[in-house]
Unconditional design. Structure first.
Length: 555
């Protein structure tokens, strides 16, 4: 037994439904108008026939020749030719002239002359004219009856003129034929116009029906709220047409109504980010900084024969950028350890060789000197900065700088005890700030006559001060502000690009309510200084540490 698949017909598209509805509506309107016009034209045709019959009858009744003929012994002899002639000229179907008793003197059919008129004549005998529809010898007709009076206003005869109802119907049908032609033309024109409009609508709706469009809208709204990435849609004039929850969060927008319809240039975004959003060219994975975030921006123009707008996606890589910075530091530590391991192997071979040469005392002196040098460096850093994360960072950066031929020293003014930093100032942000400043200083100092980087870290009046100076070429005063912008660098771009480190430092400092400035160092290079507020708890701790140090000094 074979079971055939039953295919359920797909509902007609919205455009097809609208076309059918509009076609029916146009047909009903045209048919209604045609019916109304037919009834109106028939009524007008009957009124026109009534007026025409009455005008002909009164004209004949007022004719002097008719009154003279009535006074003769044989009125029919003169009135019959006259009536036929007037019928032909006025396009009426009959003119009957009769005596006051209703005996015909004229008739289109000569055999009816001398017979009694079929119809009402009583009002005319009283001197009144009237019209009526009556069935006579020629069939139903619209007729008018009027009296013929002499000089004394005495009724001496009657005149009836009429048009057959059949003839009136023919006139209406001729008008109806023209009306139906116009109606058919209007229906055809309306159908063509409706088809053109709905074909355009079908293209815009992609042939979907109302239920599918409603379902797609629901999916669209759900997707916008579910996507964690920021989504921004701009129209052809770079005004915000749509923004999802992620986009509002990443751009710091309080509500959707706040930005819908506004130009991107009016949103108060950083200039580089605004320039990327206003660009007519697509942007791929561009990194931009806001006040407290690192965003990856992608833009794609929407075109359909013409530019219709831009779709923008935003990804928050603030945490990723911080982790990458830590990874770079770890990579540097690894390289430094590898180098030190290689150097240590060389020194170990030297010690072994001295022992093999029976020069044990010189071997001990050589090994002890190396250990004392390494321990002295560790003691110096830890004594100045006992905060473990920063101390580890400085030791690692010292090894890295040494590998690149740069001397990194911690100044004697440094004093940063463990536990002094508040929870609101996480170690990760301090690594971002100090690590990038040191990397920037090492890059600047490398290759100078006396390549040296000096780091100073201390607290004063409720603020944490981090200062890094180098012996490089310094910063041109004209670029004192530009160095903090993303993408600015005086060195050639590497594989991953340059100019992001100082921008990240400023972002981190701004996020914690601090400041970043640059000045000329004592040695002629650049000196970058970051000041971060510590908060009330940290200031109390700082006061206790300072007081303890003072008391110990007095004792």
């Amino acid at each position: 037994m074979h079971v055939r698949d039953v295919r359920v017909p797909r509902p007609r598209s919205l455009a097809a439904q609208l076309f059918a509805m509009q076609a029916v509506l146009i047909a009903v309107v045209v048919a209604g108008y045609a019916l109304f016009t037919y009834v109106s034209d028939r009524s007008q045709a009957e009124d026109a026939a009534r007026r025409q019959a009455l005008a002909v009858a009164r004209s004949v009744a007022d004719s002097p020749s008719v009154r003279e003929a009535i006074g003769t012994s044989d009125p029919s002899a003169e009135l019959q030719p006259y009536a036929l002639r007037v019928m032909r000229d006025t396009e009426v179907d009959f003119i009957t002239i009769m005596n006051p008793q209703g005996i015909r003197w004229t008739h289109p059919s000569p055999a009816e002359i001398g017979q009694r008129f079929r119809g009402h004549i009583e009002p005319a005998l009283k001197g009144e004219f009237f019209t009526e529809t009556y069935t006579g010898t020629l069939g139903p007709s619209m007729r008018a009856v009027t009296p013929v009076e002499d000089e004394n206003k005495r009724v001496i005869g009657l005149v009836s003129a009429g048009i057959k109802v059949e003839e009136i119907t023919k006139r209406v049908q001729a008008q109806l034929t023209a009306l139906l032609g116009v109606a058919a033309g209007a229906l055809a024109l309306g159908a063509v116009g409706t088809y053109v409009v709905n074909a355009r609508l079908r293209r815009h709706t992609h042939g979907m029906n109302a239920a599918e469009l409603s379902r797609m809208h629901d999916y669209h709204q759900a997707a916008l709220h579910a996507v964690r990435e920021g989504l921004l849609m701009l129209d052809g004039q770079y005004r915000v047409a749509l923004i999802n929850d992620g986009g509002r969060e990443l751009l710091g927008v309080a509500s959707e109504e706040e930005v819908i319809g506004r130009s991107v240039a009016e949103m108060g975004l950083p200039a580089p980010l605004t320039g990327a959003l206003l660009s007519s060219e697509p942007r791929v994975d561009e990194v931009h900084l806001t006040a407290d975030r690192v965003l990856v921006v992608n833009t794609s123009p929407v075109s359909g024969g013409e530019r219709r707008g831009t779709v923008v996606t935003l990804r928050d890589v603030t945490e990723l950028q911080s982790l990458m910075g830590e990874l770079d530091s770890e990579r540097g530590f690894t390289q430094a350890l590898r180098s030190q391991a290689h150097e240590a192997a060389n020194r170990l071979h030297t010690v072994v060789s001295l022992i093999e040469l029976d020069r044990a005392e010189e071997a001990v002196d050589f090994a002890t000197a190396e250990l004392e040098l390494a321990q002295a460096l560790t003691d110096q850093v830890v004594a100045a900065v006992s905060e473990p994360v920063l101390a580890a960072l400085l030791l690692g950066k010292t090894a890295q700088a040494n590998e690149r031929g740069v001397e990194l020293v911690v100044s004697q003014d440094s004093r940063l005890d463990d536990g002094l930093l508040p929870p609101s100032l996480p170690a990760r942000d301090l690594v971002t700030i100090l690590g990038n400043l040191i990397d920037n200083a090492v890059d600047a100092a490398q290759g100078s006559v006396r390549a040296r980087v000096t780091v100073t870290a201390y607290t004063v009046e409720g603020e944490l001060v981090l200062r890094v100076s180098d012996t490089g070429a310094g910063v041109d005063p004209a670029h004192a502000e530009a160095v903090f912008q993303r993408g600015f660098s005086t060195k050639p771009a590497g594989p991953g690009g340059r100019g992001l480190g100082l921008a990240l430092v400023r972002q981190a400092a701004t996020r914690h309510g601090g400041t970043l400035s640059v000045a000329v160092a004592d040695g002629g290079g650049a000196e970058f200084e970051v000041r971060l507020p510590l908060g009330s708890a940290a200031r109390a701790s700082e006061g206790a540490v300072t007081g303890s140090a003072v008391s110990g000094g007095d004792a």
